[in-house]
Design a protein around this ligand. Structure first.
Ligand code: B12
Length: 216
């Protein structure tokens, strides 16, 4: 079986031992870390489908979360650096009520290896904290992650807070996770979205380049 599929299958079957040895052996053999990561992400997505069809329950979702986090941590140091523009500061977190953080953590890692300074606010972050931390740290980009309609509604709450105090234009705002797509991001007045960590880095490069062009 092809490596990506083999890792995906082990993750999807929640076979921790097999998934970990496949990941570790592949990395030790010098296999492209992005391929190894693809396997993990496909596997986690399959767990989601098995939950949707009723084959898996909450317990399996939680086990997949723990396994995914562990594997991503092992893969991260092996991911390639993406060359880009001058490093910028990113403040990122999962919105109030949302505890999903595997995707966010993956983005953080990819941004860090690309030279960005990233401040992780964690999960279940109150909207006002995004605003206060962005101000305090003089961030260039605010990133928000959310998976449910209830928690996605906090994206606009943060944007409105920024507008209320007259500083919306000082930050680039990116949103993502779950069903967030470009149309939704545009509708709430965010500056962009992306569906995987490499695309998020490219998006940040583009937004920073744009803001530098405005200043110049
Ligand atoms: C793992 C998981 C969990 C784990 C989370 C563990 C953790 N530490 O994150 C646990 C078990 C805790 C969990 C809990 C719940 N979950 Co859950 N979970 C998932 C699952 C299976 C995988 C998510 C994941 O990690 N994917 C892998 C990562 C790598 O991908 P990603 O997160 O999408 O991230 C990528 C992009 O989205 C993007 N991105 C992400 N964030 C950002 C941010 C920015 C700024 C940008 C630009 C891009 C970006 O880039 C990322 C990197 O590639 C999904 C199903 C699925 N198919 O997605 C359900 C899912 C998201 N969960 C769901 C639900 C309903 C719940 C619960 C409410 C269940 C319950 N009944 O209690 C709780 C909610 C808890 C809470 N308050 O948040 C639903 C949400 C449906 C909805 N729209 O409302 C899903 C879709 C499952 C389903 N089909 O029902 N869950």
């Amino acid at each position: 079986m092809e490596l990506v599929q083999e890792i995906a299958q082990a993750v999807s079957d929640l076979d921790n031992e097999k998934a970990e040895s496949l990941v570790n052996d592949s990395l030790a053999e010098g296999v492209d870390a992005k391929l190894v990561l693809d396997g993990v992400m496909v596997g986690i997505t399959q767990v989601g489908h098995r939950y949707e069809t009723g084959e898996y329950y909450m317990l399996e979702l939680m086990q997949a979360g723990v396994l995914g986090k562990k594997l991503i941590k092992e893969i991260t140091p092996h991911l390639p650096k993406v060359e880009g523009v001058k490093p910028a500061k990113v403040v990122i977190g999962s919105t109030k009520g949302d505890n999903h953080d595997i995707g966010k953590n993956l983005i953080i890692t990819q941004l860090q290896v690309s030279g960005y300074e990233v401040f992780d606010l964690g999960v279940d972050v109150p909207s006002i904290t995004f605003v206060n931390k962005a101000k305090e740290l003089e961030a260039d980009i605010i990133g928000m992650s959310a998976f449910m309609s209830t928690t996605m509604s906090h994206f606009s709450e943060v944007i409105n807070h920024l507008k209320d105090i007259g500083v919306r234009d000082q930050y680039k705002i990116i949103v993502g996770g779950g069903t967030t797509d470009t149309a939704f991001a545009e509708s709430i007045g965010a500056d962009g979205t992306a569906t995987d960590a490499v695309e998020v880095v490219k998006l940040c490069h583009r937004l920073i380049a744009e803001s530098e062009a405005v200043i110049a």
